[in-house]
Design a protein around this ligand. Structure first.
Ligand SMILES: [Zn+2]
Length: 300
């Protein structure tokens, strides 16, 4: 599945996504994306790529993507879909254009035996499980017609997950100060990065939000106990937090999210929250960018 096919699949799905109440603006955005020649970027389009040593140090580490072969039919299927879509390759290329690392960091896609993803500091590795994307596709199928298009939509969430784990890695590797919960901070990093990456990134952020919404809904249906001890915010909180940044970046474009998907009381705070978080991440990451001028301040 190349990016153009992915774009077409996304545009087919748009009406189904909209039926669930997602913004009408996203529909226009998808149409534009589908018309594009596949050149739009999932991550920070247009960032200059000139390598400049950071603070005089020559850092030669980079993000390295590896796929482990799937073993079950499901694992084999998702290995194939992800390889064909090349979304991980694109993310890794763009991360390498932006950041210098002190050592190589492996991003490993594999079958894990569970729907999960994590960053392991000592192993210098991010693990992305095929089962995680398969589970997202399963959740999205409930809202998508035709159902097979849920697989393409799930790729938007897969990129959000990769960036979430990358956020953990950057905090660890660069020893970034984080106040508040790191899980929330890296969700913000993932969402802000997508929102600064053009229309396809904005769509991916909304797909990630929808995945959390559906996951929260399923947990409630199963009467699962809420884990108050867990370091992550609840799925539905993560849904609102992502949508808040989407709306906050461009309240005019996403006006129709309010109040049905995002209550007015929260929406009122979102433009300021977007500005604050965007500035915070820009400040923290500026010294570690290959080209400090590549920092991409928000248009808003
Ligand atoms: Zn995390």
């Amino acid at each position: 599945m190349n990016r153009l096919i992915l774009a077409s699949a996304l545009s087919l799905i748009a009406p189904a996504v909209m039926a669930e109440g997602f913004s009408a603006a996203a529909q226009t955005m998808l149409a534009e994306f589908a018309k594009s020649t596949g050149q739009s970027s999932l991550l920070d389009a247009g960032v200059p790529q000139a390598p400049v040593p950071v603070l005089g140090k020559k850092l030669e580490g980079k993000f390295v993507l590896v796929y482990q072969p799937g073993k079950t039919p499901q694992g084999i299927k998702w290995e194939r879909i992800l390889k064909e879509a090349k979304i991980y390759e694109q993310a890794v290329t763009e991360l390498n254009a932006k950041f210098s690392l002190p050592y190589d960091l492996t991003i490993e896609a594999r079958e894990c035996g569970e729907a999960n993803a994590w960053y392991h500091s000592e192993e210098r590795k991010i693990t992305l499980c095929y089962e995680e994307t398969a589970n997202t596709a399963r959740l999205l199928k409930k809202q998508t017609k035709p159902k097979k298009n849920a697989d393409a939509l799930a790729l938007g969430d897969a990129i959000h997950t990769l960036l979430h784990e990358t956020g953990h890695a950057l905090i660890d590797i660069f020893n970034l100060p984080a106040v508040g919960r790191e899980e929330d901070a890296v969700d913000q990093f993932a969402t802000l990065t997508l929102l600064k990456s053009g229309e396809s990134g904005e769509m991916a952020a909304q797909i990630a939000a929808m995945s959390f919404f559906l996951s929260g809904k399923e947990s409630r249906k199963k009467h699962e106990k809420l884990d108050y001890w867990d370091e992550h915010s609840f799925d539905k909180q993560r849904y609102y937090d992502i949508l808040c940044l989407v709306y906050g970046k461009d309240p005019d474009k996403y006006a129709d999210l309010v109040p049905k998907k995002l209550p007015q009381a929260r929406a009122d705070q979102c433009p300021a929250q977007y500005e604050k978080l965007d500035a915070a991440w820009d400040t923290l990451l500026a010294p570690h960018r290959k080209n400090p001028l590549a920092s991409t301040p928000s248009a808003k």
